[in-house]
Write a protein that binds this ligand. Sequence first.
Ligand SMILES: [Ca+2]
Length: 338
Amino acid sequence: MRWPISEPSTLVLFRPQISFVTFFLAQKSVKNLVIFGLVFLLTVFFGFLFNPTLLLARAEIIEVLVEKKVPRSEGQFTQGLVFVGDSLIESTGLYGQSKVCRYPAPKPDDLSLKPPTLCLTLKDNFFAEGIATVNSALYLLTWQEGAVFKLDLTTLEILETFFSPSQGWGLTTVGETLWRSDGTDKLTPHKIENFAVTGGKLSASDGLRPIDNLNELEYDQAAGLILANIYQSCRVAAIDPKSGLVTFFLDLSSICQMESQYQKNPQQNALNGLAFDESGRLWVTGKNWPNLYWITWTPPSAAASIVSAQSPVTAGPPSKSATPATSNSPDLPDSEKK
Ligand SMILES: [Ca+2]
């Protein structure tokens, strides 16, 4: 399993510069030394000018706090999670078991999660994945079947079926665009009318490396960032939807450590499920986890400021509270999915 947050190999990144310095030091002529020195300085200057993200090196990693832990029934292979009004909607995967269910959303005076009031069960040959809402519709991805279902948000009735050109993992809405993850570092924009691809893919990177295994998604409206669950890790990447730059990571390892199902089988029972409720609280869960967690975090400091300033767009400081917008889900290698 690749670990997307591993430290970069600095020596590999700067191998050309090291070779240049070695050659520079071998010079015996003062004139040559001056010329090569100037060339070196210009190379460094223009390198950062055309790729300023090199200055960032790595995105900040922020530990989250658990504000509330809410018990729920076990055995839900969570793929997508989204709040809509007073409801929590969840999609769950696996062939022969995939469904979408609506639950009464936890209330401030009663944060317990009640049984579902309505469920749509998919045919056995569909593996449900991420979900997202737009107006009165719910969009549901399937893993590798190529089908994208548009459901009536109230009745969960399938209204239309669209086509996805590649695997469906996570889904979220940013404005009038649906963004889909497919397990790589790429996010693909789709039209809400027919799910046609509506632009170029977004490549998630921390400035040095691609951040792949993007899975469940959730748009943080207040911060202007797409939160992406990194598959089979306990981290969430906060991605600028204009540049693809990861401005920070949320570290949820403390939650993974307290989750019994994760401890039993971290590959299968991976962290999965991100959703902002109506009050801007971010809830997370995982596959087969018997709990939902309301989490908060302290906004990143210097790193986020640098990123925001450099980004052609966006992104106010990430916040502890934000307003929801959408949802989605993830998944994995064929052998591990089932
Ligand atoms: Ca979500």
